[in-house]
Design a protein around this ligand. Structure first.
Ligand code: FAD
Ligand code: SF4
Length: 515
């Protein structure tokens, strides 16, 4: 055997660089389902099922294409617990001259592969991941000499370089780079109206086998598989993309940040797991969205807003991850050490917004960006939860969770644990923000306008407690100074009341008021 070509669970692309010189007469593909990848964080059943079902479908395609394959199944008799142990065992058995892999998406996995190669005394060829628009080297060049890294500048460079939504004269289409100001509306009182149904793919035999396996092997893991309908093949991902462009993209912009109880899908794309598992290429997604604008099928603010998420945010967080790791994982700028509340794993809380956001997360392996950032993320930050615990939760629960995307979003954007490398200020807000963007507060026993008292909204209490606890560093941030100034208007009794209630929230002994 010449090369053993490693294909990880999030590298399901037949055209990836690892296959560049693939010769079926001399090379073979290696894939492995190992329990360790579902257990190093307590992966939800939906997340594990998306990965395993997609891997098995990809393996079948490899076999159809007559590419020799060594595939270790989770329920195989001799399958090891970790990727590294499985690879080491197979290297001993198959004796390849070398290992080939496309750049893994996680630092831990890259290091583990390197160790196996070193131990076995064979070379490991780590190849560039062409899936992304930018390279890590490009991002490193962009960030050189900058103390903070703002997405907006990077995004503009990407727009120009890849000629996306640009005029022939090199100007942004419509005259503006960013239409975010148009994209922050709440839904009208009567609700979001008729939301197009999500793209559903009923589990075929392979997926049903995976579902049964996950139910049996990870019975005590969080979440349920009843609603499982994610795309697990490239063909399905392309179908989901077409449906999104047709039915959702035109409505994507305006209410992108809005939330509605019991409506998890709204006008979002639900394409992140397919892109992150590399079944869908971001270039085809961006091109399809731009074509919809040029064909007058979707308005510019919606299309620009959507493209920014992919060409901007998605590329940018990957750049942050690879230029900041491994130290990034250790950052904890505000020295937050509280444990994550247990209800994050059950949804069992009286707070209506958290109940709904965690509920859809466990049921579907999905919640949209604002639910992640301004509900679950915000509460953890205000409570003072250890960023590592928050990270372990986000990496475990979503079908799109891969560390290069998850860690900067969690630690940098949502928790401000990098002290401002990614964001210019913490996303700190009271319950009034949630009240503005959703009707949750109307059915909640708490009152978003109150910071103390039995029915005070926990977000609002904790927001003030957060400002009090971190007054000094926040006052030095000019984007926070106005917010912090309000602390000086509180009298001692108010401060004591806020702090006592915040401590009680941390202990979890707040009684639910009667509505
Ligand atoms: P849409 O809202 O329709 O957006 C379109 C696409 O843009 C997404 O599919 C995604 O590929 C990309 N995108 C949007 N926002 C971001 C962002 N901030 N960073 C990177 N890509 C983005 N995204 C992940 O892919 N994996 C994660 O593990 C992940 N963890 C997150 C953790 C936290 C705390 C937060 C606040 C956000 C996280 N995100 C993550 C970003 C974002 O919430 C999801 O990409 C998005 O909700 C996926 O749903 P969608 O496909 O319907 O996205
Ligand atoms: Fe959430 Fe507070 Fe509103 Fe209740 S009152 S839904 S806890 S923001």
């Amino acid at each position: 055997l010449r090369h053993l070509v490693i294909v990880l669970g999030d590298q399901l692309d037949h055209d990836s660089s690892a296959f560049d010189d693939f010769d079926p007469d001399q090379d073979a593909v290696w894939m492995a389902e190992v329990a360790g990848e579902s257990e190093h964080v307590w992966s939800t059943k939906q997340r594990t099922a998306v990965f395993l079902a997609s891997m098995r479908h990809f393996a079948a395609e490899l076999t159809d294409a007559e590419r020799p394959l060594h595939y270790a199944k989770l329920d195989g008799r001799s399958t090891k617990h970790s990727l590294a142990d499985q690879l080491a065992a197979d290297v001993t058995k198959l004796k390849p001259e070398g290992l080939v892999v496309t750049e893994p998406g996680e630092w831990r996995v890259r290091e583990a592969l390197r160790e196996v190669a070193e131990h076995s005394g064979i070379p490991l060829d780590i190849r560039e991941d062409r899936h992304f628009f930018s390279t890590v080297a490009e991002f490193a060049a962009h960030s050189e000499g900058r103390t903070s890294l703002r997405m907006e500048y990077f995004y503009r460079e990407m727009r120009k370089k890849h000629d996306v939504l640009m005029t022939t004269r090199g100007q942004p289409v419509g005259g503006s780079w960013n239409y975010d100001a148009d994209n922050r509306k709440a839904f009208p009182k009567q609700g979001p109206g008729l939301v197009p149904p999500r793209a559903r793919f009923d589990p075929d035999e392979t997926t049903r086998e995976v579902i049964a396996l996950v139910e049996a092997r990870f019975a005590d893991h969080p979440g349920s598989l009843d609603s499982f309908a994610w795309s697990v093949t490239r063909a399905q991902a392309l179908e989901a993309l077409d449906l999104f462009i047709e039915e959702r993209l035109p409505g994507f912009g305006e209410t992108q940040d809005a939330m509605w109880p019991g409506e998890p899908w709204l006008w979002h794309a639900h394409l992140s797991s397919s892109m992150n598992l590399k079944m869908l290429n971001p270039r085809e997604v961006v091109a399809a969205a731009e074509a919809a604008y040029r064909d007058k099928k979707a308005p510019l603010p919606a299309v620009e807003g959507f493209i920014r998420q992919i060409l901007g945010w998605r590329e940018y967080v990957r750049g942050i991850y690879w230029t900041q790791m491994p130290g990034y994982l250790e950052r904890n700028a505000f020295e937050a050490f509280e444990p994550l509340p247990d209800f994050y794993w059950t949804g069992d809380t009286a707070m209506a917004c958290l109940q709904d956001a965690i509920g859809t997360t466990l049921e579907n392996g999905y919640a949209h960006h604002i639910q992640r950032l301004m509900v679950t993320g915000l509460y953890a930050m205000l409570l003072g939860v250890d960023p590592k615990e928050v990270h372990a939760w986000y990496l475990a629960v979503y079908v799109d969770a891969v560390e290069w995307a998850e860690l900067p979003n969690t630690l940098g954007m949502s928790q401000y644990a990098d002290g401002g490398l990614m964001g210019s200020k913490p996303y700190a807000a009271t319950g009034k923000y949630i009240d503005r963007m959703s009707p949750y507060c109307k059915t909640c026993p708490f009152d978003p306008a109150k910071r103390v008292g039995d029915d005070a909204c926990p977000f609002t209490t904790l927001y003030w407690d957060y400002l009090i606890r971190h007054e000094e560093p926040l006052a030095a941030n000019h984007r926070m100074s106005l917010q912090v100034k309000n602390v000086s208007r509180l009298d001692d009794d108010e401060i004591t009341g806020i702090r006592e209630r915040a401590d009680a929230l941390r202990r979890g002994d707040i009684a639910v008021p009667h509505t």
